[in-house]
Ligand binder design. Structure first.
Ligand code: TEU
Ligand code: CA
Length: 571
């Protein structure tokens, strides 16, 4: 029964620790800084905090390159600080979910140091090592064992002089992929997961978990993929939803969660997963995951050259995609609902209007997302209506993906500097990583030192202090949406039904539970739209909206103002 699982009426808040709150003036957020803000999270009303990695790391990919899974990087603090944070959150009825990054480690992890030391080291097979392609000079372009390309530009194989072989890294060369075919690797990961559960955390967000089973042939060889730019092709083609993924996930259940499954939240990050995959991954009867993050709806504005090649969103595609995931998982399984995270540009700049209608569009986007069936995720600053960074020079960027893209584009010479900057401004992950805007003071109250990345200048008006004090703010709209999910069974369990699928401006759907029905409307345009909803809604009550006055209804129509979002209820 839908109501019996706690996370079906919960809202998760993602903290990106590096940019949340600095407590010691070094310009980098840390755990003791998060401790300073737990009352803010309690006021917002969230039930879970998902914490991006704080483990020991060289920080090549801002902590998604881990060199010790069971220690905290000194930049962020100590294990004792984490114990204190767990206690402080639990005291406020908030759970803590940690980021599990086990598709790869850092190249500075002791496991990799051993593995790379010699071809017959006992840990050699903990990673993916292969000789150069037959008949090719090792270390030369095209000699890599397969033609897989890294997500961060360039080949996905790095030549290692020590043993004259290549190792696989789907992401940066400092993030070698673990070999999950090796049961020793799996057992080491399971022991680490149990160790963290023993420290009383409440679950895991599993980084690119659907890449851990590579499409390896019975003879151990790896297939090439369709090459896009002549030399390399997306490694995702040979790693997404591999043949043993479900087997591994079910093994994790048996080896790690036994006896303490109920209180946990297990959410998988699954780039490239389809609705069919989502059904298999989140069907409770299969004991794999509780929910997954789909990437389909955050790839709709990607042009041919990928995430930096941003093209306008067609709302009909967004409705079709999210609608497909809603109906696909309505019988069994569950959706993680998000617009934002540390990898995505900020949604108010991306799918809304971060100019004249910033507040209205931020609120409309929140209403539409939070009224879907699933567990909503709020990324730090989203509840304030924070916008993209709008950096004006390359040296403001920090993200390895953006910097390596810029370098490879410079080499190709296809984009001039101005075009390159506009591509980065539209698609960079740094848009999500500028410091949390706490108040209007010089560094937005994030740090007393020099921030590791520039604070967004709009913090003078977009900040937590101002918005907590203003009952009509984006913050309080999020707080009301979270409260609505806590108390309304139609929001938690109601059947989703998309309306007006072909309307290019209006996002409309109903949620139905028993004899109660909600109508959700979002105007994704800056112009007034008259929406035909039928006479049933003429007398309906306004549950929540982003304009002070109620909309004009009557004659089976509702007139929506620019970027208006609202929820009506009828019994
Ligand atoms: O992200 C996986 C992933 O696909 C992202 O790299 C993102 O979608 C990418 O930027 C595509 O353009 C996870 C983490 O969320 C991300 O921060 C890490 O960089 C990545 O895995 C490697 O750990
Ligand atoms: Ca700090």
């Amino acid at each position: 029964e839908a109501s019996d699982v706690w996370w079906k009426s919960a809202v998760v808040y993602q903290v990106y620790p590096r940019s949340f709150q600095d407590s010691n003036g070094d310009g980098i957020g840390d755990v003791r800084g998060i401790l300073q803000r737990v009352d803010y999270l309690a006021e917002l009303g969230v039930d879970v905090v998902w914490l991006s990695p704080i483990y020991r790391s060289p920080q090549d990919d801002n902590g998604y390159d881990i060199s010790d899974y069971q220690d905290i990087d000194p930049t962020f603090g100590t294990l004792e600080d984490v114990d204190e944070l767990i206690e402080a959150l639990h005291e406020r009825g908030i759970k803590l979910v940690m980021d599990l990054v086990v598709n790869h480690t850092s190249d500075e992890h002791p496991w990799f140091a051993e593995s790379r030391s010699s071809v017959d080291n006992p840990k050699r097979d903990w990673y993916w090592w292969r000789p150069a392609r037959e008949g090719m000079e090792p270390g030369t372009p095209g000699a890599e064992p397969t033609n897989w390309g890294s997500v961060f530009s360039g080949p996905a194989w790095e030549y290692d002089e020590t043993t004259g072989e290549y190792y696989l890294h789907l992401f940066s060369r400092k993030q070698p992929d673990l070999n999950w075919e090796n049961p020793e690797v799996r057992q080491a990961v399971y022991a680490m997961m149990r160790w963290w559960l023993d420290r009383r955390i409440d679950g895991f967000r599993m980084d690119v978990i659907n890449l851990i089973s590579k499409h390896v042939r019975p003879d151990g060889s790896l297939p090439d993929v369709p090459a896009e730019d002549g030399l390399y092709g997306s490694a995702f083609a040979a790693t997404v939803n591999g043949p043993r993924l479900h087997e591994f996930l079910q093994e994790i259940h048996r080896e790690v969660y036994e006896g303490r499954r109920d209180g946990l939240l297990l959410v998988g990050e699954t780039p490239g997963a389809t609705v069919e995959d989502g059904k298999l991954l989140t069907d409770p009867a299969r004991h794999e995951l509780d929910m997954v993050f789909t990437f389909e709806h955050v790839s709709l504005d990607h042009g041919p050259a990928g995430r930096f090649d941003v093209v306008p969103l067609d709302l009909r595609d967004l409705k079709a995609t999210l609608g497909r995931w809603q109906t696909g998982l309505e019988q069994a399984g569950w959706n993680a609902l998000y617009w934002n995270n540390h990898d995505q540009p900020r949604v108010v700049s991306r799918y809304g209007d971060d100019g004249a209608y910033r507040r209205e569009s931020a609120m409309m986007l929140a209403i539409v997302l939070h009224l879907h069936r699933g567990t909503p995720y709020v990324y730090q600053g989203e509840e304030l209506g924070m916008t993209n960074a709008y950096f004006t020079s390359l040296d403001e960027y920090r993200d390895i993906e953006s910097l390596r893209f810029a370098a490879s584009e410079r080499q190709r010479g296809q984009l001039n500097d101005e075009e390159l900057l506009s591509w980065l401004a539209a698609g960079s992950r740094d848009n999500a990583r500028t410091p949390m805007q706490w108040d209007a003071t010089p560094q937005a109250g994030f740090t007393t030192g020099q921030p590791w990345i520039d604070v967004n200048p709009h913090h003078d008006t977009i900040n937590a202090a101002a918005e907590v004090a203003d009952p009509d703010s984006v913050f309080h709209l999020y707080r009301r949406l979270i409260a609505l999910r806590h108390e309304d069974p139609v929001v938690q369990r109601g059947d989703f039904h998309l309306l007006l699928p072909d309307d290019p401006h209006i996002y409309a759907f109903t949620r139905t539970w028993g004899d109660e029905q909600l109508l959700v409307l979002g105007n994704f345009s800056g112009t007034e739209q008259t929406v035909p909803v039928g006479p049933d809604w003429d007398q309906a009550a306004l549950v929540i909206g982003n304009y002070p006055a109620s909309p004009a209804t009557g004659g089976g129509q509702i007139v929506l103002r620019a970027w208006e979002g609202l929820v009506l209820r009828r019994a």
